[in-house]
Write a protein that binds this ligand. Structure first.
Ligand SMILES: *Cc1c(COP(=O)(O)O)cnc(C)c1O
Length: 512
């Protein structure tokens, strides 16, 4: 198999210099009409300390230069609308465009968050019904839609857990978290002032009741687990484990980021879970990525309802309203209603799919992951045998024999036109490659992806150097992955000396 030819990927792929490098003296992107009032002196309008001594270094460009620059940069992006995006744990499924149509409707898009409740009954009704649907899907009792992301939901859920224990007289000290957990879990626990205690998963990749019982005491506020866990395995001992935690007065928090595997099949609330967050931007097709707006609603059982954030959306005598006076509430976690646009998209998706459609989602998501797992298991090491849920995990153990690592495989996939899967996570699998196909991909796409993965496995034997030097047909090859984080450059400094730039720039005299 040869790398795929995406339109534009080879023939019309432009390199794009920075705007400053394209600057040409005197060129400008605007033309203003002549002044029809007497000119004013800048120095009369502003205090002297506000005035710059030197003209700012700005690139000089035409409108067309600017449009092409940003349009080209936008085409360097890879997105779910461009191609397959098998990023494990992220559920990069297709976001139906009907969601966008509904989100654009003026009655929703043009409401103002400060409008009185009576004038936004439709908006509140959508939110209220979404709460009802999510409660039914999860088997939980009450919800807040406010948190803006999964991690924000975790934080909110743990705040409620702390408030619950505090109301019982002791906030407790510890949160138990399995070694397979997403990094946000311990981070959220630490933010809520809890000490994180790691639990080792058993040989099968899931928690054992014994391991939980050994760590459970009356200083444990909660067990925080993900189901299915980040190995793509169902925590089959959850009901028994929940009993052990409850017997010592602890609570069970479920990270619901992997709900795509359970939709319509099983309800987290029936498994002994007290608090659950959803990732609407994963399971319910609202856009995500790029740090854009997400939504992480949190659902609780009755005994935690009093602690939900304010305002709480309620319905009385056919009218929807926002309840602010709730003495035991953890308070506000987000301005106004949360990310309403995301809530609306998730509502649209649920209405569009219906109960049968949602069931099909999880069936197809699990089937697709098992298909990939089965097609690739003769080529890549599979650390956990057996049926997986919505994602499958391989490692680079076999390719390491030829000196090829997970990162090399991921980079080589880009040459074949695929976004790489999640790499080196979960941490318990050395050199992990975590593939989550989701339900929205066709058999043809899954096959093309598997064929690319198989071709790479063969290259690892016949030409490992080529894999190690990948990617070969991207704008940039290997970037320093951590430098931007470790040594952030938060101000722009020109690539050339000021002198060079000023040669490229019209000499504007600063006349005050
Ligand atoms: C994505 C994810 C999170 C965090 O969700 P964000 O919306 O990115 O904050 C937490 N846990 C798991 C298992 C996840 O996959």
């Amino acid at each position: 198999m040869t790398p795929r030819n995406f339109p534009g990927m080879q023939g019309f792929s432009f390199n794009e210099p920075a705007l400053f490098e394209k600057s040409s003296p005197g060129r400008q992107a605007y033309s203003l009409p002549l002044l029809d009032v007497p000119p004013a002196k800048v120095s009369e309008l502003f205090a002297p300390e506000l005035l710059q001594k030197k003209a700012p270094l700005l690139p000089e460009l035409s409108e067309l230069d600017v449009i092409r620059h940003y349009t080209r940069l936008s085409q360097w992006n890879y997105s779910i609308d461009t191609g397959f995006y098998p990023l494990g744990s992220c559920t990069m499924k297709y976001n139906p465009k009907v969601n966008e149509e509904v989100a654009k409707m003026a009655g929703f898009a043009k409401t103002h968050p400060l409008q009185p409740s009576e004038s936004v009954q439709g908006v509140l009704q959508v939110m209220f019904e979404l709460q009802t649907y999510l409660a039914e899907i999860s088997g939980m009792d009450a919800l807040t839609l406010q948190p803006a992301a999964g991690a924000h939901g975790e934080f909110t859920g743990l705040l409620m857990i702390r408030a619950y224990h505090t109301a019982q007289g002791n906030p407790r000290k510890k949160i138990l978290i399995p070694d397979t957990a997403h990094g946000t879990n311990p981070a959220s626990a630490a933010l809520c002032n809890y000490q994180v205690v790691e639990i080792k998963s058993g040989k099968e990749g899931v928690l054992t009741p014994e391991a939980v019982a050994a760590l459970m005491d009356d200083e444990v506020a909660a067990l925080m687990l993900t189901n299915p866990n980040t190995l793509g395995l169902f925590e089959k001992n959850i009901a028994e484990i929940a009993k052990i935690v409850h017997a010592k007065g602890g609570l069970v928090y479920c990270d619901g980021a992997n709900l795509n595997a359970l939709l319509g099949q099983a309800r987290v609330g029936d498994m002994g879970v007290d608090v659950l967050h959803f990732n609407l931007h994963k399971t319910f097709t609202t856009p995500h990525g790029g740090g854009g707006p997400g939504a992480g609603p949190v659902a609780v059982k009755k005994h935690l309802e009093a602690f939900l954030p304010i305002p709480l959306l309620a319905k009385k005598e056919g009218k929807y309203f926002l309840e602010e006076k709730r003495p035991q509430s953890v308070g506000k976690v987000r301005s106004f209603y949360g990310n309403f646009g995301m809530l609306l998209r998730a509502y649209t998706y649920i209405r569009e799919m219906g109960p049968e459609g949602l069931k099909q989602v999880s069936e197809m998501a699990v089937l697709n992951a098992n298909y990939i797992k089965t097609r690739l298991k003769d080529y890549y090491h599979l650390p956990y045998e057996g049926i997986c849920m919505h994602e499958c995990i391989f490692s680079d153990k076999r390719q390491q024999e030829n000196g090829v690592k997970t990162m090399d495989i991921a980079k080589r996939l880009m040459d074949y036109g695929f976004h790489p899967p999640t790499v080196y996570f979960p941490l318990v699998v050395h050199g992990a490659l975590m593939i989550e196909p989701t339900e929205t991909e066709s058999l043809e796409t899954l096959d093309e992806f598997c064929e690319a993965m198989i071709a790479i496995a063969q290259e690892c034997q016949t030409n490992p150097d080529k894999v190690r030097a990948a990617p070969h047909i991207s704008h940039w090859s290997r970037l320093d992955e951590v430098r931007a984080v470790r040594q952030p450059r938060l101000t722009w400094s020109p690539p050339q000396t000021e002198e060079e730039i000023s040669k490229k720039q019209t000499q504007r005299k600063l006349e005050f």
